[in-house]
Design a protein around this ligand. Structure first.
Ligand code: 13P
Ligand code: SF4
Length: 322
């Protein structure tokens, strides 16, 4: 009698009754840490060891002693964790969890753009592929972009990639002229200015808080602009009890959990849809996270020369953002 060996994609994926318990057990077996971004499903946020913005997650990835990093976020975030931890197993629950902003900056076109500005320093937002990081001098996130640009000598011309909205915001905050790559995030470009103004009229007591990936007309209506962690901290320290939140609504789970007495109103998209939920982030589910840990795949890998070239600007960012 011969046993039938099934190809891996046909192995039935039986799920345990209690996924939370099963994930906790796998965490011990794998000596794993689960890092999650605020845009993940509430269940994933609830099981994570650390939830944070891109800078916080990069710092955690750089500091962890765990042997396995389960990254509940999008590909460029898990890739950053792998760049910092070449010897660790880095798992992403769904390998298709990409990013429209990272996709808006293809390496070939960016290499030509960079070649056209040979005397420029390249500051790239962390929301880009390892190939773009490898062509950059310094990486930044939404929480340190202004401070990083301010640390570059005034006479030094700068390319800022790939997010034109964050780039414009940094230009306003620093008074510097930046050469911008014309990329953007589909999620943050989808807020309706008209509907936000209507909400502000209906809720005069509410403050509007926004992520700098939003377009300038939305940012003009904001009382406070910051990274996801900065928005969360602002809501904690503000005396206000109501907020209109212009970023991916996944963060509202954390806001509501930490501040049950306050009200958080998601800023509406232009159409009647859930288009402000990041379709990439939401590809990860608790089930896929469990299966990734169980089968130790999908794993993030990359050529060593790209990893080494991408590591240098990430390390510069970490040094420049103490
Ligand atoms: P931060 O959490 O760093 O603010 O980034 C937001 C984002 O769009 C991540 O994809
Ligand atoms: Fe990319 Fe925008 Fe999704 Fe963030 S919210 S992962 S920038 S598509």
């Amino acid at each position: 009698m011969f046993a039938t060996v099934l190809p891996s994609e046909q192995i039935p994926n039986f799920l345990p009754d209690d996924l939370f318990e099963a994930i906790a057990a796998l965490k011990k077996d794998l000596n794993a840490v689960i890092l999650a971004h605020y845009y993940q499903d509430p269940d994933i946020q609830d099981i994570a060891d650390y939830i944070g913005d891109s800078l916080g997650l990069a710092r955690q990835a750089a500091a962890t002693n765990a042997e396995t990093i389960v990254f509940a976020g999008v590909h460029f975030m898990a890739e950053t964790a792998k760049i910092l931890n070449p010897d660790k197993l880095v798992l992403l629950p769904d390998l298709n969890a990409g990013c429209s902003l990272a996709d808006s900056c293809p390496p070939d076109a960016f290499a030509r753009f960079k070649a056209a500005h040979p005397d420029h320093v390249v500051v790239s937002y962390i929301n880009c592929t390892a190939a773009i990081k490898a062509m950059s001098d310094i990486i930044c996130t939404s929480s340190n972009a202004v401070s990083i640009v301010n640390q570059i000598p005034l006479e030094q011309p700068i390319i800022f990639a790939p997010d034109r909205n964050l780039g414009r915001y940094v230009m306003e905050q620093t008074g510097r002229e930046l050469v911008l790559w014309d990329g953007s995030c589909i999620v943050h470009e989808n807020f309706s200015e008209k509907k936000i103004v209507q909400l502000q009229i209906e809720h005069p007591e509410a403050e509007t808080i926004a992520h700098p990936e939003c377009e300038p007309p939305i940012l003009r209506h904001a009382d406070y602009i910051g990274s996801t962690t900065a928005l969360l901290k602002y809501a904690q320290t503000s005396d206000n009890s109501a907020f209109i939140v212009a970023t991916e609504p996944g963060i509202i789970h954390q806001m509501q959990k930490q501040m049950p007495q306050k009200q958080f109103i998601p800023a509406p998209p232009t159409q009647n849809c859930a288009c402000n939920e990041c379709p990439h982030m939401r590809l990860n589910t608790l089930e896929k996270l469990y299966l990734a840990m169980k089968h130790r795949t999908p794993e993030i890998t990359m050529p060593e020369e790209i990893r080494l070239a991408a590591l240098r600007p990430i390390e510069r960012m970490l040094e420049m953002s103490v």
